[in-house]
Design a protein around this ligand. Structure first.
Ligand code: G1P
Length: 277
């Protein structure tokens, strides 16, 4: 069972300055919903009700967003805008939210390690909210949980990306599991390789299921790419023991950490909502 989902949400969002000077990048909206809310809804529909959020300074609006707002309620109740409350409260009522602050920005691996007190000693999901995923049918996390249930080891979601973009990702080298077109045993992995070093075009996207041994590995890890503690390097230690599966998920993914991905996601969701632009 995967009961908890960790959301690293402490980054500065420099690519979106000045918007992210006072607004956390996870709170930037696609249409009317903040990116982080899409992630929380994905976790909920995958059956996970405990959201563990790693925040940092200047991120208090995240806590306020996933809480009751009695002032808003008293303003809207009894008006023709009351229906807005329903969606907000439904979400807040269905999930529990716990928070911890990452005190220093030492990379994604460090952010995940900072979340250890919130997830304890059990396998957990990780969602990077700026990778916005959408598809009809089972969502990405649900698909990954099915893979986890079969293999009981750490799982990374992957997709094929153009080689010119490969240096933006963790990249795997793997071999297909028998009789499968989308499940790989990971032999090796590398964070943000140059194009000529990349072992494949199979890039890790921001969805993981991690077994709790990852924390001991992260504690021992030296800084890697960009001088940061990288989750890819920790997973490599597990992969070398044959304990990591990569899963080519079904669905769309938008890199909302980049401006072009953010605009594409906005256009995609607007079209889906029937908004004429
Ligand atoms: C992080 C991970 C990287 C992964 C990517 C997916 O990088 O370190 O391995 O491929 O997320 O979005 P970041 O986007 O934080 O630079």
């Amino acid at each position: 069972m995967i009961n908890k989902c960790l959301f690293p949400a402490a980054g500065y969002g420099t690519r979106f300055l000045p918007a992210t000077k006072a607004v956390p990048k996870e709170m930037l909206p696609i249409l009317t919903k903040p990116l982080l809310q899409y992630g929380v809804e994905e976790a909920l529909s995958a059956g996970i009700h405990n959201m563990a959020i790693v925040t940092g300074r200047g991120k208090r609006s995240i806590e306020d967003h996933f809480d009751k707002s009695y002032e808003l309620e008293s303003q809207l109740i009894g008006t023709n805008k009351e229906h807005y409350l329903e969606e907000i409260n439904n979400l807040v009522d269905q999930a529990s939210f716990t928070y911890i602050r990452q005190k220093q920005m030492l990379g994604l691996g460090h952010a995940i390690l900072s979340g250890q007190p919130l997830v304890n000693n059990e396998p957990f999901a990780v969602v990077l909210a700026d990778d916005l995923c959408h598809n009809n049918g089972d969502n990405v996390l649900t698909q990954m949980i099915k893979v986890f249930n079969e293999y009981q080891c750490s799982i990374v979601a992957i997709q094929e990306v153009p080689m010119k973009d490969i240096n933006r990702y963790g990249v795997i080298k793997g071999h297909l599991v028998n009789n499968s077109k989308d499940i790989y045993h990971v032999d090796s992995m590398i964070e943000k390789p140059a194009e000529e070093e990349a072992p494949s075009n199979l890039a890790i996207i921001g969805r993981y299921i991690l077994t709790p041994e990852i924390f001991d590995i992260l504690k021992e890890l030296k800084p890697g790419s960009s001088g940061e503690i990288q989750i890819t390097d920790a997973l490599l230690v597990q992969a070398l023991k044959g304990r990591v599966i990569a899963y080519k998920f079904k669905g769309k993914r938008f890199d909302c950490g980049s401006i072009d991905g953010y605009v594409s996601a906005t256009n995609y969701f607007a079209k889906k909502a029937g908004i004429k632009i």
